[in-house]
Design a protein around this ligand. Structure first.
Ligand SMILES: *[C@@H]1O[C@H](CO)[C@@H](O)[C@H](O)[C@H]1NC(C)=O
Ligand SMILES: *[C@@H]1O[C@H](CO)[C@@H](O)[C@H](O)[C@H]1NC(C)=O
Ligand SMILES: *[C@@H]1O[C@H](CO)[C@@H](O)[C@H](O)[C@H]1NC(C)=O
Ligand SMILES: *[C@@H]1O[C@H](CO)[C@@H](O)[C@H](O)[C@H]1NC(C)=O
Ligand SMILES: *[C@@H]1O[C@H](CO)[C@@H](O)[C@H](O)[C@H]1NC(C)=O
Ligand SMILES: *[C@@H]1O[C@H](CO)[C@@H](O)[C@H](O)[C@H]1NC(C)=O
Ligand SMILES: *[C@@H]1O[C@H](CO)[C@@H](O)[C@H](O)[C@H]1NC(C)=O
Ligand SMILES: *[C@@H]1O[C@H](CO)[C@@H](O)[C@H](O)[C@H]1NC(C)=O
Ligand SMILES: *[C@@H]1O[C@H](CO)[C@@H](O)[C@H](O)[C@H]1NC(C)=O
Ligand SMILES: *[C@@H]1O[C@H](CO)[C@@H](O)[C@H](O)[C@H]1NC(C)=O
Ligand SMILES: *[C@@H]1O[C@H](CO)[C@@H](O)[C@H](O)[C@H]1NC(C)=O
Ligand SMILES: *[C@@H]1O[C@H](CO)[C@@H](O)[C@H](O)[C@H]1NC(C)=O
Length: 528
């Protein structure tokens, strides 16, 4: 491994993508595509214990040197700690190909793409009330969907599966895996205008899904067409606040109810979304999705990939009941779903949420958050954005412990926005799911009041809490917090209760290991 250079160099990484030809009888030849640092996501944002399975779209050989280095380090410390425990190995949702990499992996020429219709991924926006009226944050992506054959999609889908082939799956799961793969292999459209976004009042929440997120109020106006002030970015993204005309909408300072507008983009048959006009004061739930609202098992890569690509999305236990109760007993509650899953697969997340949980606005990882520093901070960036947009609302932050960025960012929001965090609820996934061996760092909670947060085990632990009046801690749930790394396997950290805790010496070792391994991985991925 070459020594790390300083600064922001032009990085390059090899991405192994099966090359499929566009011809009717595809020849499948693996090729290495060189892409630059803007195209590949670095490790660490939501580390998962990848064991011997690095991100399937990252060339597998890259990591083998690193793993032996890691093992050397670990054995020199006299510990059997598996390398993935300490590592910030890239999670399997990173490094999806974009733009040219997609076109070349599908063997597409620009003349093939030109006649295809333009699609818009319109991610459900929120809007705040300002002196100049409602201000809507439109965000999403403009792309073209190549007409990829089933056999080519099968080949590409296999890249995302571990120890199994798509053709071994039941028909319906194959169908879903191909659909998702097709969503990943789209060609984003840079520098195009996003015009004629049509707005109209939304009917109250449909029969599927749950009410709430303003589903109980009736929106009376808002008809208009909007053009975004900027063209799409190099990756086809758009993200801009746009003041809209009232045209019969209720002013934000005259209601505490959420109003809903259908937003759809001209010519985009699948670009429909709902905009949530959220008054300045009230409660907003900011919820992660994987392993808190649905069973993903992101910490078990093989299963996590199957759950994400092939299996129907399944709610986690009775979590929908908890949200249903909140959205009906607190009808003006705003729900905002904030996941760092890549934008390309957002639609599946939105469909699942809107048929299972209360309606609400959405944030996923935009494509321009794929360079090193941005990826590390994407969740924080999106959290800060919503806190700054609603400075007088209070937030209830919900997720599970398997995301190291959440363990850092959620408590930091209390420090940075002291008046705005009402509650933090974290499912301790490793306490109930033996497959979750990923250690989690509770040090961020050290200076927080216990009345403000709770680590919990099952959705029922959240019942009967008067969250509107700040009751965030269910006193019957032991917390076991050591305010350091917890949940380490192999007996490490067994001293401080079953939640797991480390002695000071172990903690120092573990945290430097984390830093060491993360930097080795970064170096390896960056400097090949
Ligand atoms: C609401 O805000 C608008 C615009 O800032 C202002 O003209 C109006 O007087 C306000 N209404 C109330 C009830 O404060
Ligand atoms: C997509 O390709 C298939 C054959 O590969 C063809 O039958 C179908 O008409 C094409 N669809 C579009 C929309 O071009
Ligand atoms: C796959 O996509 C097609 C076309 O959009 C849709 O009709 C079908 O229901 C989808 N299947 C699954 C399992 O998502
Ligand atoms: C924005 O995109 C449109 C095409 O959609 C193009 O005509 C226009 O020149 C672009 N504007 C800028 C500033 O590049
Ligand atoms: C919304 O409209 C429906 C039908 O007109 C009515 O039954 C309902 O009470 C209204 N809801 C509110 C909150 O005004
Ligand atoms: C928005 O544009 C459509 C045509 O694209 C038009 O039919 C409609 O009347 C416009 N709506 C408003 C409120 O201007
Ligand atoms: C890209 O990321 C930057 C932050 O690094 C952000 O300010 C900007 O709004 C993003 N643009 C889009 C279109 O997502
Ligand atoms: C999107 O909304 C428009 C206007 O309500 C509607 O005509 C169209 O059918 C909708 N498309 C989808 C896919 O729901
Ligand atoms: C509305 O949101 C924008 C964008 O985050 C923010 O700059 C502005 O301060 C917010 N306005 C109010 C009145 O909160
Ligand atoms: C606390 O958790 C227990 C166990 O899940 C549950 O039965 C109870 O309703 C919860 N709420 C309160 C306020 O105790
Ligand atoms: C439902 O939510 C309300 C509001 O937070 C709370 O007071 C009540 O105890 C909850 N009920 C259940 C069964 O969780
Ligand atoms: C706390 O420790 C007990 C056993 O000591 C365990 O059963 C429980 O799952 C732990 N609770 C949490 C929230 O980790």
């Amino acid at each position: 491994m070459r020594p790390a250079k300083s600064g922001r160099q032009a990085l390059s990484a090899a991405l192994l993508i099966a090359r499929v030809s566009a011809s009717p009888a595809p020849t499948v030849v693996p090729v290495i595509i060189n892409i630059n640092n803007n195209d590949i996501a670095p490790p660490v944002i939501t580390p998962s214990p990848v064991e011997s399975y690095p991100s399937p779209v990252v060339q597998r050989d890259i990591l083998s040197d690193v793993e032996s280095d890691v093992n050397n380090v670990l054995s020199s410390l006299g510990s059997d700690l598996p390398s993935w425990v300490a590592s910030g190995v890239p999670n399997f949702f990173q490094g999806f190909p974009t733009g040219d990499a997609v076109a070349s992996s599908l063997g597409l020429k620009s003349s093939d793409l030109a006649p295809l219709p333009t699609n818009v991924l319109n991610v459900d926006p929120y809007a705040n009330w300002t002196n100049s009226g409602w201000n809507v944050r439109f965000h999403g992506n403009v792309y073209k969907q190549p007409n990829t054959s089933i056999s080519d999609l099968n080949t590409l889908a296999n890249v995302f599966l571990i120890d199994t082939k798509i053709t071994d799956l039941p028909e319906s799961e194959q169908d879903q895996a191909r659909n998702l793969t097709a969503e990943i292999f789209v060609v984003q459209q840079p520098n195009v205008a996003v015009n004629a976004i049509h707005l109209e009042p939304a009917a109250s929440q449909g029969s599927s899904g749950q009410p709430g997120g303003g589903g109980s109020s009736n929106t009376t106006g808002g008809w208009q067409n909007v053009t975004l002030p900027y063209n799409t970015t190099a990756e086809g993204d758009f993200d801009a606040f746009v003041p809209i005309a009232s045209n019969g909408l209720t002013a934000g300072n005259e209601t505490s109810a959420i109003q809903r507008l259908n937003t759809y983009v001209d010519g985009a048959s699948i670009g429909n979304a709902t905009a949530y006009l959220v008054p300045p004061t009230g409660l907003t739930v900011v919820s992660d999705i994987d392993d808190i609202l649905r069973i993903t098992k992101i910490y078990e890569p093989k299963q996590g990939l199957l759950n994400s690509f092939a299996k129907p999305f399944t709610p986690w236990e009775n979590m929908p009941d908890i949200y249903r109760n909140w959205s009906t007993s607190l009808p003006n509650m705003h729900f905002h779903y904030l996941t760092t899953t890549p934008e390309q697969i957002t639609r599946n997340y939105m469909q699942f949420i809107y048929s299972t949980y209360p309606g609400g606005s959405f944030d996923t990882r935009p494509l321009n958050f794929s360079d090193v520093s941005a990826t590390l901070s994407i969740r924080k960036f999106l959290l800060q954005k919503i806190f700054e947009t609603f400075p007088d609302r209070k937030f209830i932050l919900i997720a599970d412990t398997s995301n190291s960025d959440i363990m850092r960012d959620y408590p930091e929001m209390v420090t940075e926005f002291p008046e705005q965090v009402q509650c933090i609820f974290l499912r301790n996934a490793s306490a109930t799911d033996s497959g979750d061996k990923f250690p989690y760092d509770t040090s961020g909670f050290k200076n927080l009041s216990q009345s403000q947060y709770m680590f919990f085990l099952n959705p029922d632990d959240l019942t009967n809490l008067d969250i509107a009046n700040g009751e965030c801690y269910n006193k019957t749930i032991p917390q076991n917090l050591t305010f350091s790394y917890q949940g380490l396997p192999l007996g490490l950290g067994k001293h401080s209760g079953a939640g797991g805790g480390l002695t000071t010496k172990e903690a120092a070792g573990a945290s430097s290991l984390v830093a060491l391994v993360a930097s080795m991985l970064t170096a390896a991925i960056v400097f090949i």
